[in-house]
Design a protein around this ligand. Structure first.
Ligand code: ISL
Length: 545
């Protein structure tokens, strides 16, 4: 049985600062904007806030390129990197990965290995002045830190303490498992012969000293402040490796963002076609809900963040006739699972992706743009051949998770002043979909989220700490996701039924208990004997005490 902790029951509201609320009319969200909405956030039911980066940054990767402070990579404008690149003898040279060029057979220089960057192109960048390459797994302006360097680690520890001394409760550790790389930085296996550079994650993710660095951080830095950590875990998906990060007895990090929940509509790579099917969501949900208790680990529950499209559009439906029910169904899913709950600002009102009619000029994020331009080039610059790429971008581009929050029906959605130019396109649906119009409407998505969060907190024994059991599908690959939660305290059971479909579906209720309806997203539940007739995007929670 899981130990009860405040952070396991926390309801976390993620804020992407640039997109939250602009208080001074420059078109960018800011901290006074966030402060002015603290009462609102509290009224939704959240009690913890996660801020995406607010540090000094040249903003090439929207603040994740930090020029003054922190983790796997810094900005190339960080003082550490400026010193590091200044000469081969600088004391901070070893704080990053510098390697001499390789020679091609014709004598020309080549990068030290064949790794490709996560945002495209080689992961190595040549510095003319010192005649070496440095490693940058994301943008060229985001050099990776070398954690084997003891002085570098001490400096990171000091930077973290700086914030702990100011009272933060914890950190999301960005790209956590890239901290340790295999020391020789070996060439990646060639998995795509058409590509010049290959995915080297086998050698740069979860390397040999990974767990040592985390334990050091935990005991030296976090424990004295009782700070909590959420690790972002890309690439590593198998239960065994994951357990090593988050099993309580190993004393490393408190909880994880496992990546497979947001990859369910990826093909071989992110923007390749792979239609979402709820059976995959069912499988990943079951995988982590049942695995974590086995090694006393803890997970997060989330579907949205600033690195993907909105789950409403990707996994459910933003079609006008279904949108309200679908958004409420996702709220039921998220509030009835074990793990620390994270929602992304705007999710509570059912914000959706940009519409299909909006072209590439509305997409600003480097990841999507790099991909788009690479494909465009390979198709001879012919924009008319880009339809399939745009279809994927409309679903998965990171821009959708970064759309300005829609506060009201006023010009600019109340995000910024009427005359201002928002940094990012505002979804034109804001006139209908905004906070103000939902606040006093008892049937709104917002009101439903408030009730759902309250209902979760009311029965943490069931929904946070209860055991999980998947109810098998009725026919192979049906679109209903159903599961039971059982309270370890009193044996009460909740049965959750979620119809991920535009069509009605029937499901029978297990006979062994008397099921009362606890809540749902339709005014009443339709029964047919022991069967429940689930309407499109219907979600029902039954309770047996
Ligand atoms: O966004 C991704 C895929 O669409 C991920 O691969 C993502 O780049 C990875 O999870 C690391 O994310 C973090 O660091 C990135 C930054 O762009 C992301 O916003 C951040 O969440 C590099 O700084």
């Amino acid at each position: 049985e899981a130990h009860r902790e405040w952070w396991k029951e926390a309801l976390v509201y993620q804020i992407y600062p640039a997109s939250f609320l602009d208080s001074n009319g420059d078109g960018w969200g800011d901290i006074p904007g966030i402060i002015s909405k603290l009462d609102y956030i509290k009224s939704v039911g959240a009690n913890t806030i996660w801020l995406s980066p607010i540090y000094a940054s040249p903003q090439r990767d929207m603040g994740y390129d930090v020029s003054d402070y922190l983790v796997n990579h810094t900005s190339d404008e960080h003082a550490w990197f400026k010193a590091s690149r200044s000469s081969n003898e600088n004391t901070k040279r070893g704080w990053y990965f510098w390697r001499p060029p390789k020679k091609s057979s014709d004598g020309s220089r080549r990068p030290p290995n064949n790794w490709k960057s996560i945002f495209g192109g080689s992961a190595w960048h040549y510095d003319e002045a010192t005649e070496e390459y440095y490693l940058a797994l994301f943008l060229p302006s985001q050099p990776d830190l070398d954690w084997t360097n003891e002085d570098m680690r001490q400096s990171i520890h000091d930077d973290i303490r700086f914030w702990l001394d100011r009272g933060v409760d914890g950190f999301r550790i960005d790209s956590m498992n890239l901290m340790s790389k295999y020391p020789d930085l070996p060439d990646a296996e060639i998995t795509d012969p058409n590509e010049e550079y290959q995915s080297g994650d086998k050698w740069f993710a979860s390397g040999p000293r990974m767990h040592e660095y985390l334990r050091e951080l935990r005991t030296k830095v976090f424990d004295p402040y009782k700070a909590i950590t959420v690790g972002e875990l890309g690439f590593t998906k198998d239960v065994d490796s994951v357990s090593k990060y988050v099993s309580r007895s190993r004393h490393e990090i408190n909880m994880l963002f496992t990546g497979d929940i947001v990859d369910l509509d990826f093909g071989a790579t992110k923007f390749e076609r792979d239609d979402f099917h709820p059976k995959n969501l069912r499988a990943v949900t079951e995988k982590w809900q049942t695995a974590m208790p086995k090694f006393d680990g803890w997970n997060t529950v989330y579907l949205d963040n600033h690195d993907s499209g909105r789950s409403l559009t990707r996994y459910a439906s933003d079609a006008p006739e279904y949108r309200t029910h679908a958004a409420k169904l996702l709220a039921v899913y998220l509030t009835t699972l074990s793990g620390t709950l994270f929602l992304l600002a705007g999710q509570e009102i059912g914000m959706a992706n940009l519409p299909k009619s909006m072209g590439i000029e509305h997409y600003l994020d480097v990841e999507g743009r790099n991909y788009y331009h690479k494909v465009l080039e390979s198709r001879g610059g012919d924009v008319s051949k880009m339809e399939n790429v745009m279809r994927e971008m409309q679903l998965k581009a990171r821009d959708h998770g970064r759309l300005p929050v829609q506060w009201s029906a006023a010009t600019n959605a109340g995000f910024t002043e009427l005359q201002a130019k928002p940094w990012m396109t505002i979804n034109p649906d804001y006139k209908e979909w905004n906070v103000e119009s939902q606040l006093d409407d008892p049937n709104s998505v917002l009101s439903f989220w408030k009730k759902s969060l309250a209902a979760r907190m009311n029965r943490v024994d069931l929904f946070v700490y209860g055991t999980f059991e998947s109810v098998p599908e009725a026919v192979p690959h049906d679109r209903v996701i159903a599961y039971k939660r059982t309270s370890p305290e009193n044996g009460h059971e909740a049965l959750v039924m979620l119809n991920f479909s535009d069509e009605a579906n029937e499901r029978s209720l297990p006979r062994e208990r008397n099921w009362d309806v606890l809540r749902g997203n339709y005014p009443s539940v339709r029964r047919n004997g022991d069967d429940v007739v689930l309407r499109p995007w219907e979600a029902v929670v039954f309770l047996a005490e």
